[in-house]
Each structure stands twice: as structure tokens, then as C-alpha cells.
Design a protein around this ligand. Sequence first.
Ligand SMILES: [Zn+2]
Ligand SMILES: [Zn+2]
Length: 171
Amino acid sequence: MTMLSLDLTRLDREGSIELKASLPAASALWEGSGIEWDGSVEVKLKASLAGSGEIVVRGSLDGRLKQQCRRCLEPVEGQMGHELTLVFVAADEMGAEDDDGVHVYGQGTEIDLSNAVLEEVVFAVDPYVICKSDCKGLCSRCGTNRNKQTCNCTEDHTDSRWEALRVLKEK
Ligand SMILES: [Zn+2]
Ligand SMILES: [Zn+2]
């Protein structure tokens, strides 16, 4: 049983259930997703029965993302607040397929929502963040962070020594 499992027996009895979880940054759920957090992720969901075995889960995810500027590689922190709606249909429904944001659940007394939540997060997080719109990035020659220092490399990236060699060869 994970922190995000939905008790179907209880849902049947009560019609709707509220789920709250605090997913640690070190949770195995994020492993391999490329997503890192600074602190835990607060998940608040409300699951409701919507007839013919359909379950609608609505709620929010809040956490502080730990990312890297794609130009200068410095850490970038960003608050993530994401509203989500998940729809689950019973596997025995006609033509039930895991598609178009609809998830299929099988037999059993609970649904593990964590993978669906992870999918939402992966979809919502922009992997190509920059620290500021005018980030100058790293110098492609010496690696200096050009936001902090100016290096002595010229903007012209042809190396004069190779250029001299090329001229020699052509003689
Ligand atoms: Zn940057
Ligand atoms: Zn440089």
C-alpha cells in the first residue's frame, strides 16, 4: 500500500474520499524521472464516483522543484503548483484503454494513484528552464560562467593555431 492508494471499498460506501499525502523528495516514485525536489511534495486529492465505474480524481500538487539552468548549469528553484484531474475507468468497461488521460483500473480493492500522479508531474514540469531571460551561459571554450565573469576568449571560435596549420597544408 503506497501513500497514494485509493480504497475502493470505502469509495463505494462514501461516494467520495479525500486523500492527502506528503511525498518525500527521496521517494522512490521520482527515481528515473529526472525530477528533483527541494523538500516534500504536498498532494491533495478528492476522488469521486461518477457512475458506471468511473472515478474522477481532482486535486493539486505543490512542491519546490530543484532544476538546473540549461545555459549556465546553476541551480534554479521553482515553485510548482499544479491542478490535476485524473479519470479512471474499470477494466471491464467496453473498450477501456489507458489513453487520452484516462487510466484503467483492474480488479482489486484499491487503486494506486502514484504512477498517474507521476505522469502528471512529468508532463507539467518544463525540463528546459533558464535562471534568467538574459543568462549568458557558459563559455564554450573555457567553461567560465559568463554571468559572473568575463573570460578572455574571443567570440570568434576558430583557433588561430589550427588556422595557421590549415594554411600551411594548402601550400
Ligand atoms: Zn543560467
Ligand atoms: Zn572563455
